[in-house]
Design a protein around this ligand. Structure first.
Ligand code: 3HC
Ligand code: NAI
Length: 698
């Protein structure tokens, strides 16, 4: 069977595209489709054409793996134009997720029908490109300029009902059989003598008026901040705006040119790396060997920041949740926070009172751990203290059956040590959520020495049900994300003590594309958290390691950031965003004097090099120690948990891009100044010597 098959049923031609898993429009698909279109151009008997696709979805877009490669094959844009010009009615029979080029093919057809669960979209912007097969011209003609632009600038998947209201879909048919749907509609349209209606000729919603200009301006402003560092959203707007003054053919050619510019960009490469990396996380050895257990009932211990977030994440995905707190007061506070979050969502129109009631029906709080005896999985989120956690796990050992999976949400503590207090440690693992846990997508799945394959498989299946992105991590201090974070914060404090300005560092890292600078993040999370960790680790600190006391001086003053109104920045009703705390620079000076350091100036480039080098240095050690099984997993952690710019593809991908030789050169220079901190990993030397990249290890 070829990827494009067609058969004529009387005067109807049925085209089926079969390129599993998602019917991506590869060169083979394009060749096959063009061949059929050429046949149809010559065929006078056929009156209607149906395009559909078996498997799980109609065409989910261009084959992204082909981007940036020299692939032979016709251009999708040309095929769409020829399809649209056919003198027979062309019907797209949609199901699943017709996205990108898939929706572009559908929009070039003359009639679109869909099953009720279909979702359509032009998500090219998420890959750093623009729709390149007429999408920027046909979508606004069908849905209008505002809706079309919003769809293209967000990449969102629009449900069939909304798409029908917007004019993208003509009919929703409540039957999953897309072939019979197509045949039924084709016969009806033929018998009604319907004529092909080319989208390119439908200009009623695509007019260049003063009102149009105002709408486009409004949308530009709405997305200005979100898209400030990005290239493709601006190209999308440009393509549409240019199209208002061009003939359709010229507009499509112009779109092709902008599409080609995007394909060449680094942002496209970084975003597509992120796309595939987020799918690669599921390829781990344990999943081949383990069988996931069904999880329905979840227990959460601790109703603080994380316990409430984790409970909501589970409740939102339909799990039954029992939360345990130390006392009634703790439970009341947790309940208030959870109800408050749902009420806010109701006020924002994101959910209804009924949704809230049915979610809360699945939720129960208690102060007695014994209530957890029937749970399939328990997630502990109590204080970050080993003895407190061990005590909880010892009690769980006697309360729960040996089948119950026991997880800790610890940020740094040794999961092997926690597992030891349980009679069957094979069912113990770390589930490291990120705050706010009901929102953040990342979930580090920490596999301890004795964790079984079944337990790991269950955790990955749970992540899928929670709509999280799971990343496998081994056990070490801070796992993948927090371990790297600790390292680069130390490197940054070294820079500050050596003379760099805290505000320059934040600015440079923001300008690099991170959502916030590290000192903004500390102020947001609360400086006290890091302070407590530093105090906990103080007895084990090697006296030969360089230790910068600046953050301790700040915490000693009770300046914990946003929650105390003062940290590295000032906070308050009338205080402008990012107002530096005027006393910080003086504290830095005093500390430099105390440490006997003569401050030097840092250029933006020096700041950035040190920041990136420290991230990559720890990333390589994590790979050497097999804490992470591939560099792209580290990228996924940094993009989804730490605000690293997605369009840079994560720190390891960025290192590949700037050249491992350059990273090695920086690290070797820093090593001369501070050999303990910057000791150069053998793996990096080996990769450079062999002229290989991190991507070769993925
Ligand atoms: N090209 C190549 N491979 C693709 C692909 C694509 N467009 N979309 C998905 N795949 C692959 C995935 O990498 C994965 O491979 P793996 O099994 O080897 O890991 C497999 O298909 C299944 O994908 P998912 O695991 O993501 O499956 P889901 O069912 O969870 O999601 C989906 C399906 C919603 C279609 C999701 O895969 C998706 O969003 N895909 C990307 C869609 C997209 O961005 N389309 C636009 C492409 S650009 C374009 O069309 C340009 C045009 O304007 C010219
Ligand atoms: P928190 O201090 O906000 O909440 C802890 C809660 O646990 C408190 O409400 C406390 O009353 C309760 N508790 C303590 N002992 C208990 C016991 N024996 N039984 C029942 N309840 C008990 O702390 P937070 O921030 O929620 O952190 C919890 C865990 O999650 C820690 O291990 C932390 O390291 C980890 N974590 C924290 C993140 C964060 O951003 N805050 C992110 C990821 C992990």
């Amino acid at each position: 069977m070829s990827v494009v098959n067609f058969k004529n049923i009387d005067d109807i031609c049925l085209i089926e595209i079969n390129n599993p898993p998602v019917n991506a429009i590869s060169a083979e698909v394009r060749k096959g489709l063009l061949k059929v279109v050429i046949e149809l151009e010559k065929n006078k008997k056929i009156k209607a054409v149906i395009i559909c696709a078996p498997n799980r979805t109609f065409l989910a877009g261009a084959d992204i793996r082909e981007f940036g490669k020299n692939v032979d094959g016709p251009i999708l844009s040309d095929i769409c134009n020829r399809l649209e010009r056919l003198d027979k009615i062309v019907i797209a029979s949609l199901h699943g997720t017709p996205l990108g080029g898939g929706l572009e093919v559908a929009m070039a057809c003359h009639y679109r029908i869909a099953t009720p669960n279909t979702k359509v979209g032009l998500p090219e912007v998420l890959l750093g490109i623009i729709p390149g097969a007429g999408g920027t011209q046909r979508l606004p003609r069908l849905a209008g300029i505002t809706v079309g632009l919003e769809m293209m600038l967000t990449g969102k998947h629009v449900p069939a009902k909304e798409a029908k209201n917007n004019g993208i879909i003509d009919e929703i048919i409540d039957n999953d059989d897309t072939v019979s749907n197509g045949l039924e509609v084709a016969k009806r349209l033929i018998s009604n003598n319907s004529r092909p209606l080319a989208t390119c000729l439908r200009n009623e919603k695509f007019v260049n008026t003063e009102e149009t200009k105002i709408s486009i301006e409004k949308i530009k402003q709405k997305f200005a901040l979100k898209h400030k560092n990005l290239f493709s959203p601006h190209a999308i707007i440009q393509s549409l705006e240019d199209g208002l003054n061009l003939t359709f053919e010229n507009a499509v050619q112009n779109e092709r040119k902008l599409f080609a510019d995007c394909i060449k960009s680094h942002q496209r490469e970084g975003l597509i790396h992120a796309f595939f990396s987020e799918r690669a996380v599921n390829k781990i050895p344990e999943l081949k060997l383990g069988k996931p257990k069904t999880i329905k009932k979840i227990g959460v211990i601790g109703g603080g920041t994380m316990g409430t977030g984790i409970s909501m994440a589970a409740l939102n995905s339909g799990f039954s949740v029992v939360m345990i707190e130390q006392d009634q007061n703790g439970l009341d506070k947790a309940f208030e926070k959870i109800v408050g979050t749902y009420d806010r969502n109701i006020n924002l129109g994101r959910m209804s009172n009924n949704d809230k009631d049915s979610i809360l029906n699945n939720f129960k709080g208690d102060t007695d751990l014994n209530t957890l005896s029937d749970r399939d999985l328990i997630i502990e989120a109590v204080f970050e203290e080993m003895e407190v956690k061990k005590d909880v796990f010892k009690k769980l050992n006697s309360i729960c059956s040996n089948e119950t999976i026991l997880a800790t949400n610890t940020s740094y503590l040794n999961v092997n040590e926690i597992a030891e207090v349980v009679s069957s440690p094979d069912r113990v693992l770390g589930l490291h959520f990120f705050s706010p846990a009901n929102i953040m997508k990342l979930l580090e799945i920490v596999v301890a020495e004795k964790t079984s394959n079944h337990t790991v498989a269950t955790a990955f299946s749970l992540a899928k049900n929670l709509k999280k992105i799971p990343v496998r991590s081994g056990v070490c201090d801070g796992f993948i994300g927090n371990r790297i974070l600790s390292k680069y914060l130390v490197a940054i404090y070294h820079m500050v003590e050596d003379g760099a300005s805290i505000y320059d560092i934040d600015r440079v890292i923001r300008e690099f594309g991170c959502a916030m600078g590290p000192f903004q993040v500390i102020d947001l999370a609360g400086g006290d958290i890091g302070w407590a960790t530093r105090k906990r680790k103080a007895p084990y600190r090697d006296s030969n390691d360089r230790y910068v006391e600046i953050p301790d001086r700040i915490c000693e003053r009770g300046w914990f950031g946003q929650k105390t109104g003062k940290g590295y920045y000032l906070y308050g009703k009338n205080v402008p965003f990012l107002t530096p705390n005027p006393e910080i620079e003086k504290i830095c000076e005093e500390e430099r004097n105390r440490a006997g350091i003569k401050p030097k100036k840092f250029t933006d480039e020096e700041i950035l090099n040190k920041y990136i080098s420290s991230l990559v240095l720890e990333g390589i050690k994590i790979l050497e120690e097999k804490i992470s099984i591939r560099p792209s997993d580290i990228d996924v952690v940094y993009i989804n948990g730490y605000g690293f710019p997605r369009w840079r593809g994560g720190p390891m991908n960025y290192a590949d891009k700037i050249g491992l030789k350059n990273i090695l050169k920086h690290i070797e220079t820093y090593e001369k100044e501070d050999p303990r901190f910057w000791k150069c990993p053998e793996l990096l030397k080996k990769l450079v010597a062999n002229n290989t990249l991190f991507r070769d290890l993925n």
